[in-house]
Design a protein around this ligand. Structure first.
Ligand code: ADP
Length: 452
């Protein structure tokens, strides 16, 4: 069996296992378990200059090859172009995108450095699988260095309509770079349509045929077990006690402007104002750990949310009832799984999201005999696998309020029916299936479209 080489901006820490491992590491766990494999990418540390030869660490059949990034390269490539320009554009927010030629040069420089460091490590029959928007040009860099191995690329975030993406300076150049890959995976059929159109528009018709949707999933059985166990643990018990019989609405997101948090808070305020029967009866907990706190837009979002929380609680609270609880630090995964099981409503309303794993985790965490209701943005990639969710337009706070009202009043029979259809979708489109389908395409002659 040929060796699998996984390339990502952040390589999982070999010492992180189980509960502390990041999403990508969990999803790819199966792929690396049964064969020789290598992770390649940034070490997570910065240095004076970007390293030219990687640090190598071997654990059984798995090798970790990582590079420190120079501080200036990190700032230009990662904070500047990847997070400041590409991230908003790929999430349809061109107005938030800040382009700077020096950032773009840094992005290309780091991709070239990755290519230079990786190429000598490759064996003749390796399969190379590159992850996400940090590394669009890596395939083209490797080809320039004479790498002839099969190269796959997976984009974890959305791909917007071609006209929007190519309005970003150098957008067309990045699309052209994708043509170097043998398989180009995206999360949804809509992303596939958009990316194919972008490739066709720049004359890369044959590359357009190599684009296919592979919806990423979770380990549903594992998450369900974690949730069931945590639900009878001490932390969930303390939390339940503090609710004094009130119904829980739960939101769990990184603090990011793509997650639609101000609109969501506004929707909750509308619920309290328009559907007064829920006053005193519902508690909404939003867990939103700060991310990318060094980028200006994230800092101003945080201030905006602080204001919303103060306004909503100031306006609607009673001495014995605080409608909105809000925390900006991370919560351990098992604890979160227990909270999800406790919540009658999972509120997931991103303005745009590649997939949104929280929505799938919420479904997996439910008690089959008395499941909760998922209120889900129609602009989350996960919609295709979650037919039983109450769909909302996340830009319309009134629609969010109405869906919350419906969810809070929904009887058990309907909740069970809706949950069963979603649970089936989450189980079928597992992390394991995602990995297998992509690998089959990469090992075979090209992508087979996966029906969502
Ligand atoms: P994104 O990748 O944009 O952050 P996803 O919903 O796809 O969004 O994935 C987020 C992952 O991070 C999920 O597995 C989720 O459980 C986890 N996560 C999100 N918020 C928290 C938190 N507050 N504490 C711990 N884990 C979190």
């Amino acid at each position: 069996m040929s060796r699998l080489v996984l390339v990502a901006n952040r390589v999982p820490n070999p010492n992180d296992r189980g509960a502390t491992a990041g999403g990508l590491a969990v999803a790819l766990k199966d792929a690396v378990a049964r064969r020789d494999a290598m992770w390649f990418g940034w070490s997570g540390s910065t240095a004076e200059a970007t390293a030219t030869t990687p640090e190598i660490e071997t654990r059984g059949r798995l090798t970790y090859a990582t590079l420190d990034l120079g501080r200036e390269d990190y700032r230009r490539y990662y904070q500047g172009f990847a997070n400041g320009s590409l991230w908003p554009t790929l999430h349809y927010r061109l107005g938030l995108s800040q382009f700077d030629r020096a950032d773009y040069a840094g992005y290309r420089k780091v991709n070239a450095a990755f290519g230079q460091a990786l190429a000598p490590l490759l064996r003749r029959d390796d399969l190379v699988w590159v992850h996400d928007f940090h590394l669009f040009p890596l395939g083209a860099e490797l080809r320039r260095l004479g790498v002839g191995q099969r190269l796959g690329f997976f984009l974890h975030v959305p791909f917007p309509p071609a006209g929007l993406f190519c309005a970003m300076p150098r957008g067309a150049e990045l699309v052209a770079d994708l043509a170097a890959y043998d398989v180009i995976g995206v999360q949804t059929e809509e992303d596939a349509v958009n990316l194919r159109a972008a490739l066709v528009a720049i004359g890369q018709k044959s590359a357009a045929a190599r684009v296919a949707a592979f919806p990423v999933g979770i380990d549903a059985e594992g998450f369900a077990r974690t949730a069931a166990k945590a639900a009878s643990g001490i932390e969930t018990a303390r939390f339940r006690q503090s609710l004094v019989g009130r119904t829980l609405v739960l939101g769990v997101d990184r603090l990011d402007y793509t997650k639609g948090l101000p609109q969501r808070f506004c929707g909750f305020a509308q619920l309290l104002a328009r559907f007064q029967q829920h006053r005193q009866r519902v508690t909404y907990l939003q867990v939103a750990p700060v991310s990318r706190g060094d980028v200006a837009q994230y800092r101003s979002l945080r201030r905006e949310l602080d204001e919303w929380v103060g306004r909503i609680n100031g306006q609607h609270a009673d001495p014995d009832w605080m409608p909105l609880r809000y925390m900006t630090r991370a919560v351990a995964r098992p604890t979160l799984a227990g909270f999800m099981r406790l919540a009658r409503v999972g509120l997931v309303t991103p303005l745009r999201d590649g997939m949104n794993l929280v929505a799938k985790e919420y479904v997996a965490a439910q008690d089959p005999a008395d499941p909760g209701v998922l209120v889900l943005s129609r602009f989350a990639g996960a919609v295709a696998q979650l037919p039983g969710a109450l769909l909302v337009n996340p830009l319309d706070p009134d629609e969010i309020a109405e869906a919350l009202d419906t969810a809070l009043d929904m009887g058990r029979e309907e909740r069970i029916l809706r949950w069963r259809s979603m649970e089936a979708g989450v189980r079928e489109h597992s992390a394991h299936a995602w990995c297998q389908d992509f690998m089959a395409a990469l090992e075979g002659d090209g992508p087979t479209a996966i029906a969502a």
